[in-house]
Design a protein around this ligand. Structure first.
Ligand SMILES: [Fe+2]
Ligand SMILES: [Fe+2]
Length: 171
C-alpha cells in the first residue's frame, strides 16, 4: 500500500511524464514545419514513449492501492531558436526528470517501500539511456555547427534513431 506522500509524489511524476509527451509533440511540429522530417518522426516517437512512461506509472499507482490522477495539460514551449537549442532544451528536460526519479527512489528508500523502489528501477535505467542518447546527438550538433549538408544527414540519421530504443529495458 502506498503512503499518501508516495502517492502524491508518483502522481506528480505522472504529470511530468504527461508534460514531456506534450513537449515532444510540440517539438515534432516545430521540426516538421522546418523540413526536418527525420527529426520530426524521431520526436513523435519520443512523445509516444513519454505517454507510455506516464501510463506505466498510472497503472502502478492504481495497482498499488493509490488513486492515479489524469493530469491537466500545461502548454509546452513551441518555438526554438535553432535545431541545437531544441536539443539543449530536451537534454535539460531529461536531466530534470532524472533528478525527480532519483528523488522518488530516495523517498522509497526512506519509507522502506521496496515495491515502489523496485518499480522505479526501470525508470532509472530509462533515464540513463535517454540522457546518453541526447548527449550524443548534442555532441554531433556541436561538430556540425551550421553545415547544412551535415544537418541534413543528421536528420536522416534520426529518422531511424531511437526506433529500437527502450527495447532493452521495456517491460
Ligand atoms: Fe519519461
Ligand atoms: Fe524521456
Amino acid at each position: 500500500m502506498l503512503s499518501k506522500e508516495m502517492e502524491a509524489a508518483l502522481n506528480a511524476q505522472i504529470e511530468k511524464e504527461g508534460f514531456a509527451s506534450a513537449q515532444y509533440l510540440a517539438m515534432a511540429s516545430w521540426a516538421e514545419n522546418r523540413g526536418f522530417e527525420g527529426t520530426a518522426q524521431f520526436l513523435y516517437r519520443q512523445s509516444d514513449e513519454e505517454r507510455m512512461h506516464m501510463l506505466k506509472l498510472f497503472h502502478y499507482v492504481n495497482d498499488a492501492g493509490g488513486a492515479a490522477i489524469s493530469p491537466g495539460v500545461a502548454i509546452p514551449r513551441k518555438d526554438f531558436e535553432s535545431f541545437r537549442e531544441l536539443f539543449e532544451v530536451i537534454l535539460a528536460q531529461e536531466q530534470g526528470v532524472s533528478e525527480r526519479i532519483n528523488a522518488l527512489v530516495s523517498l522509497a528508500t526512506e519509507q522502506k517501500d521496496h515495491t515502489t523502489h523496485n518499480f522505479l528501477q526501470w525508470y532509472v535505467a530509462e533515464q540513463l539511456e535517454e540522457e546518453s542518447l541526447f548527449r550524443s546527438i548534442l555532441d554531433k550538433l556541436k561538430i556540425i555547427g551550421n553545415d547544412g549538408g551535415a544537418l541534413y544527414m543528421l536528420d536522416k540519421d534520426l529518422q531511424g534513431n531511437g526506433a529500437n530504443k527502450g527495447s532493452k529495458t521495456a517491460p
